[in-house]
Structures are given as structure tokens and as C-alpha cells.
Design a protein around this ligand. Structure first.
Ligand SMILES: Cc1cc2nc3c(=O)[nH]c(=O)nc-3n(C[C@H](O)[C@H](O)[C@H](O)COP(=O)(O)OP(=O)(O)OC[C@H]3O[C@@H](n4cnc5c(N)ncnc54)[C@H](O)[C@@H]3O)c2cc1C
Length: 479
């Protein structure tokens, strides 16, 4: 089945009946009707429907190289710089639908899978590596428009540099047995955003593996026997889009993933029992350049939305004359234009890699990925600072339908908005920065691409500083 519709996506996820737990209880019945998941499933379904919207389907899809049918553009393996532009436009079209609030719209993992499959040559001829299975799975995912979640991180038990787990029962997921059907995995991984509401979960080692039993790459259906998703509490405030404009629609949920002697069939094992590959595939493949290109493209749309919220607040209560307010809005403009410039620079400086795919410039995207976690936390602070008490003067939809309406209409009006419009705007500001959902968003943007401390250390080590050091040496040697 080529590019799917929203209806098809929801039917498929409901049918999975994955083992998902919320608040100590297993989800029963249709997950698409559960309070914690119905909003995000509906929002994601709307994304899939865009693939069939005749005004944008040329942006959202391309012709399958196998069948000629339309398949999702995020699966496109770019061979030219124009292909990179097509990929960016697709991601941004989807991002606009949620104003960038869906950090894990399916294009993120589609891109990751595309990148890994496009680097499958790296696995060729290496022990316990199966590049052909990775390519076959990528093609299967593309042709069936699968959605995926992923988990790259071991449980946070002991992060000392040379910690070696010493436990009879595995904590970090590891291979505990092999048989003719596949590998058996036991233990846990974190933190899979959207765990249980995607068709599949891809599990990869992202480096730092010391025991080869912890190093593997595979993908399995979300309802595989022995697989369990333990959700945190839901941050959906309620159904009302007036009260909870963001969490009612975009709460993606984060889950701990438990593998209880879970069988991964051989055709889905991409590598295992190979320490060097487990530790280097992520960095040697095109994972970083392609996934960052998708991530920054989405973050640009989110930054535009933040700027829109900030300017709406400024206009609403008429604070545009104050210099510090202008400076704060300018911080967002500077971040926005910087991110836009960096993504375009990464495309302009893209080069064909050894496997014939057009990689955006990784160094440039690494710079962008170091900027966003910091500025996003600052955006949240700016919204709180310019809103002041406004972000707390936010009566609910019911209050506006009660006898209080007359008071609220009078006392909560602002320079440019009637009371109801103004409260809706400030409730949005609150859900963006102060609700459980909003604070999770800050933590998400801070950590989703890894630890920001290590991201900047990585940039420092990989950036070629030598030419500039030489220039200084040459300069001080001049008489
Ligand atoms: C909302 C949210 C959603 C997420 N969704 C996903 C997902 O879907 N899939 C997925 O795979 N991951 C996901 N993650 C996990 C994310 O990848 C990790 O948070 C990130 O890689 C950091 O790892 P950690 O949380 O284990 O932090 P830790 O590595 O435990 O770090 C804790 C602290 O110790 C410091 N520290 C630890 N080790 C070192 C070191 N070697 N050098 C310097 N400092 C160190 C860190 O700087 C940090 O301050 C998500 C995270 C969040 C917050």
C-alpha cells in the first residue's frame, strides 16, 4: 500500500493492540479512543491525509521506484541538491500543520530509516551485519508507509564513563539468546516518544557500547510478543481546545520500552554481536546529516510559530514601544533567520557521499543543533516574561459560558483583543511554556537530539580549527 490516509493509519494502530500501559493500567480497546492518545492520533491522521490533498500531494509524495505509486517524500533518497529541497519542503509542509509541535511526525523516523538504508554499504562484508535486510526493511516501510518510533538510549542507571552492568537480570536491553528464528532480547530501553502508537519500533545502538550483547540494530512491530510500552502520565489537560490548545492535539507521550524475552526475527536484525559496528554505524552513516536536516527544518516552523505568539502578545497588550520587549522579540527573529540560513547553507554545501547520495553539510547542521536546544528554552522564558500576569489570568471555557462572562468580557479585554480572544492567546502561551505539556516541550527540544553538552563537545572535536591556528602562528611570526 503506497502513501496512506489518516483513516488507514488509525485503523492499523488500533488493530495492533500493542501492550501499552498508562497510569498502571493496560490500554484496552481502541487506543485511538483513549484520552491520552486520541488527540495525537487525530493530528497525525490529518498529516497522512495531506498526502492525498491535491493542493499539496506533489510536495508530500513522489513515485515509488518499485511500483510508480505515490509514496511519502520523507522516504526519498536524495541524489541531488534539488532532492534535498524537496525533502525540506515536505517536512515543513507537515510541520506547518502542527506549527512544529509534533516533534515526532513520521517524517523524522522515515528519514532516519532512509539514511541508514542509504549507508547500508558500510555494513557490507562485516561480521554479523546484514545490509540487504536493512534495505529490504526500508523498502517495505516506504511501500507500506509505516510509522516508527525508536529507542537509542539505555536506562539511566549509572552514567559513569566505564560503567559495566553487573546484574543477573539485564537492565539495559541485551541479546540473551539466539535460535534459528532470530535473536532474543531482554531488558529495557528509553525513551520512546510515541511508543505503542506507531506501526514499528526501531532499536539502534548509538555508540558508547561496551558489551557487544547491548549492540544491535533491528525493527519489530509494536505488538511483538514480549514488547511492552510503559507510559509516563498523560499531559493532555483535557479535550477542550480552548483550554488546552496544544496538549489536546499534540501530546506525543514518552514511554519506557521493555523487552521481555522478545524475539526479533532474523530478517529484521540489521546487525548484532559486532562492537565496532555498534559503536560507529550512527556516526559513519548519513544518520546525522539527514536526520538533522529534517529536525532543523521542523524547528524553523516551530520558531516561526513562537515569533507569531510573541508578537500577538505584544500587540494584544500594546507593549511594542518598550526596548527590552523589542530586544526579546529580536532574539527570536535572530534565531529564526540563523536556522533558516544554516539549513540552506547545508544544502548549498551538500556533497555526494561514497554511496551516491546527496548529504547536506553535517558540520553546518551540527551548529544548528547546538543552537536550538538553548534558544528554545530561552523562547519559553521570553514568553513568560512578556506575558507576566497575563499568562495566569486565563479562566476556562466554562467560565466564559457561566454568569461570569460579563465580568470576564469587561475586565479581560485588551488593547486589540476582546476578552475571549485574549484569553485564548494567553492560554496558548501557557500551554506552550508552563503547562505539563509546555515544560515537556522544553525538555524535549533540549534533549531529543542527545545531550546538548556532548553535542557541543562533539562540535569542538570535529571542527577543523587548524587552518585558523596556522594563520595566527604565521601572523605572530611576522617581524
Ligand atoms: C521528552 C524526551 C523525549 C525523548 N524521546 C526519545 C526517543 O523517542 N527515542 C530515544 O532514543 N530517545 C529519546 N529521548 C532520550 C534522549 O535521546 C536522551 O535524553 C539524551 O540522549 C540524553 O541522554 P540521557 O537522558 O540518558 O541523559 P544522561 O546521559 O543520563 O545525562 C544526564 C546528565 O549527565 C551528564 N552526562 C552524562 N554522561 C556524560 C558524559 N559522558 N559527558 C558529559 N556529561 C555527561 C549529561 O550532560 C546530563 O547533564 C527523549 C528525551 C526526552 C527528554
Amino acid at each position: 500500500m503506497p502513501a496512506i490516509t489518516g483513516k488507514k493509519y488509525i485503523e492499523r494502530i488500533d488493530k495492533l493492540q500493542a501492550n501499552v500501559w498508562v497510569d498502571g493500567k493496560p490500554v484496552q480497546g481502541r487506543i485511538s479512543e483513549h484520552t491520552a492518545f486520541k488527540g495525537i492520533l487525530r493530528s497525525q491522521a490529518a498529516l497522512y491525509d495531506l498526502q492525498h490533498d491535491t493542493t499539496v500531494n506533489h510536495i508530500m509524495t513522489y513515485s515509488s521506484p518499485i511500483t510508480g505509486e505515490p509514496v511519502g517524500m520523507s522516504y526519498l533518497q536524495p541524489k541531488t541538491k534539488e532532492d534535498l529541497v524537496k525533502r525540506r519542503k515536505m517536512t515543513q509542509q507537515w510541520a506547518i500543520a502542527s506549527n512544529g509541535m509534533m516533534g515526532r511526525s513520521p517524517d523524522y523516523m522515515n528519514t532516519v530509516l532512509m539514511a541508514l538504508a542509504s549507508s547500508s554499504g558500510f555494513l557490507k562484508g562485516k561480521e554479523n551485519c546484514f545490509p540487504e535486510r536493512l534495505v529490504a526493511f526500508y523498502e517495505y516501510a516506504r511501500e507500506n508507509d509505516l510509522s516508527l518510533t525508536h529507542s537509542f538510549v539505555n536506562p539511566q542507571v549509572n552514567r559513569a564513563q566505564f560503567y559495566f552492568e553487573d546484574s543477573d537480570e539485564p537492565i539495559a536491553a541485551k541479546i540473551v539468546a539466539k535460535n534459528e528464528e532470530g535473536i532474543i532480547v531482554k531488558g529495557a530501553r528509553l525513551l520512546a516518544t510515541r511508543g505503542g502508537i506507531t506501526d514499528e519500533i526501531a532499536v539502534f545502538s548509538a555508540g558508547g557500547i561496551q558489551d557487544k550483547a547491548n549492540g544491535f540494530a533491528f525493527s519489530i512491530p509494536s505488538n511483538q510478543k514480549g514488547l511492552k510500552f510503559i507510559s509516563r502520565e498523560s499531559f493532555v489537560g483535557g479535550d477542550s481546545t480552548f483550554n488546552y490548545p496544544l496538549s489536546s492535539r499534540y501530546e506525543e507521550m514518552d514511554t519506557i520500552v521493555v523487552f521481555d524475552e522478545c524475539l526479533v526475527p532474523w530478517e529484521r536484525v540489521f546487525y548484532y554481536d559486532n562492537l565496532p559496528v555498534s559503536n560507529t554505524f550512527a556516526t559513519s552513516s548519513s544518520f546525522h546529516p539527514f536526520s538533522l536536516h529534517q529536525a532543523i527544518s521542523r524547528q524553523i516552523i516551530k520558531t516561526e510559530f513562537i515569533l507569531g505568539v510573541v508578537q500577538s502578545i505584544i500587540d494584544s497588550i500594546n507593549i511594542s514601544d518598550y526596548l527590552h520587549v523589542q530586544e526579546k522579540a529580536s532574539e527570536i527573529i535572530i534565531a529564526l533567520e540563523t536556522l533558516k540560513a544554516l539549513v540552506i547553507k547545508s544544502e548549498v554545501e551538500a556533497k555526494l557521499d561514497e554511496w551516491g547520495f546527496m548529504r547536506p553539510d553535517q558540520r553546518t547542521l551540527h551548529v544548528a543543533s547546538n543552537i536550538f536546544p538553548k534558544v528554545y528554552a530561552r523562547f519559553s522564558e521570553i514568553i513568560q516574561q512578556i506575558s507576566a500576569s497575563g499568562i495566569m489570568s486565563i479562566p476556562t471555557e466554562n467560565a466564559f459560558q457561566s454568569e461570569l462572562k460579563k465580568d470576564l468580557d469587561h475586565y479581560l479585554q485588551s488593547k486589540s483583543d476582546d476578552a475571549e480572544t485574549r484569553v485564548k492567546l494567553f492560554r496558548l502561551a501557557w500551554d506552550l511554556t508552563m503547562s505539563a505539556y509546555g515544560t515537556r516541550e522544553v525538555q524535549y527540544e533540549r534533549y531529543f537530539y542527545g545531550d546538548p553538552v556532548r553535542l557541543s563537545s562533539q562540535l569542538y572535536y570535529t571542527y577543523d580549527k587548524e587552518p585558523f591556528v596556522k594563520r595566527v602562528k604565521d601572523f605572530i611570526e611576522i617581524d
